[in-house]
Design a protein around this ligand. Structure first.
Ligand code: APR
Length: 308
């Protein structure tokens, strides 16, 4: 039987995730959106692209959650994106209600699904999804780290004039401007970044990575990034459906790792058919440990605002 992935929110990130996923030809896809006709229209358009690329994927869309029945993976992208001048945390109140609805409405039809959250503020919305569904934490996780890491890798590859295939970056922490790009674990063909790049160039790349989402928001002026977030989600869905045991930076529930408890936070984790199989702990410098603490405090403060 073919796998099934339902994407809640057929806006920029939801539709783009569907696009990347369809190319992978690993699952049938359902798009759901609260706006009448939007998900149905985009699904039909994407379906009609399949003969061109020769992919046998069924794509459906609508407003009714019945369509999501028996999904293997549910992706939640419903919610408001940022406008210039807004932080991701400014979205908290509005998006909490939307994510709560999306989580509960899908759980009814797919009690065995793995949940991947993309709505911001990411770590907080992922925590909310785990709590309201009551699912075990390994079945609920968030996409942020692949995106932040691919942004960093883009800047490093450009700076050094090397192939993106040679660059391996790891960004940990909350998905906000306090995220923690690791400069001695990230590497180019195995050589740590802090041994290749002069300190001031590396600092500039770290800073641009942290503000990477904001840079795009200020260019677009009416929404946030969608290509890179979409492909990052598709990568995670693929890891689950193909049971790849892929190690990737994701927002995972921590129970003592990095001395953090009861929080969703960006760490490297192994992903397979049952969701998160294990969380990896990197040896960190004192500065990195301190930076993670600062980032975790911000996420924890926002989780507390949910009053769960
Ligand atoms: N149920 C289903 N869909 C909803 C609901 C709801 N209750 N509320 C809003 N939506 C839909 C909107 O109709 C819209 O089509 O969510 C979609 C969001 O799409 P965009 O506005 O294009 O936003 P997008 O760029 O996709 O970002 C969505 O992901 O990356 C994060 O920060 C981003 O929080 C934002 C989310």
């Amino acid at each position: 039987m073919r796998a099934k992935v339902s994407i809640i929110g057929a806006g920029m990130t939801g539709a783009t995730t569907a696009h990347w996923l369809a190319e992978l030809e690993i699952a049938d896809i359902v798009l759901i959106d609260v706006v009448d006709g939007l998900a149905q229209g985009k699904a039909l358009d994407l379906q009609q692209a399949m003969p061109v690329i020769g992919k046998d994927v069924r794509i459906a869309g609508g407003t009714e959650y019945e369509l999501t029945e028996n999904s293997d993976v549910v992706v939640i992208t419903a919610g408001l994106p940022r406008k210039p001048g807004m932080s991701r945390d400014d979205l908290l109140a509005a998006n909490a209600e939307i994510v709560r609805q999306a989580a509960m409405n899908t759980l009814k039809y797919s009690p065995n699904a793995i949940y991947i959250v993309l709505t911001n503020p990411l770590d907080v919305m992922t925590y909310l999804t785990m709590k309201v569904t009551g699912l075990p934490p390994h079945r609920v996780f968030g996409q942020a780290g692949i995106l932040d890491s691919t942004r960093m890798a883009t800047f490093v590859a450009e700076e050094l004039g090397v192939s993106v295939e040679n660059v391996h970056c790891y960004v940990l922490g909350g998905h906000g401007d306090e995220m923690v790009p690791l400069t001695h674990i990230s590497n180019v063909a195995g050589i740590p970044l802090d041994q290749i790049l002069p300190a001031e160039r590396l600092d500039a790349i770290v800073e641009r990575t942290r503000k990477g989402g904001g840079e795009i928001v200020s260019l677009l002026k009416m929404g946030s990034a969608f290509y890179a977030p979409g492909v990052a989600v598709a990568k995670m869905v693929e890891a689950v459906i193909r049971d790849k045991h892929l190690i990737a930076p994701v927002s995972a529930y921590l129970q003592g790792e990095y001395d953090l408890h009861d929080i969703y936070f960006g760490v490297a984790a192994q992903l397979g058919r049952n969701g998160i199989e294990k969380v990896l702990e990197y040896p960190l410098t004192q500065n990195e440990k301190q930076a993670l603490k600062v980032s975790a405090a911000i996420v924890a403060e926002n989780i507390a605002k949910l009053k769960l």
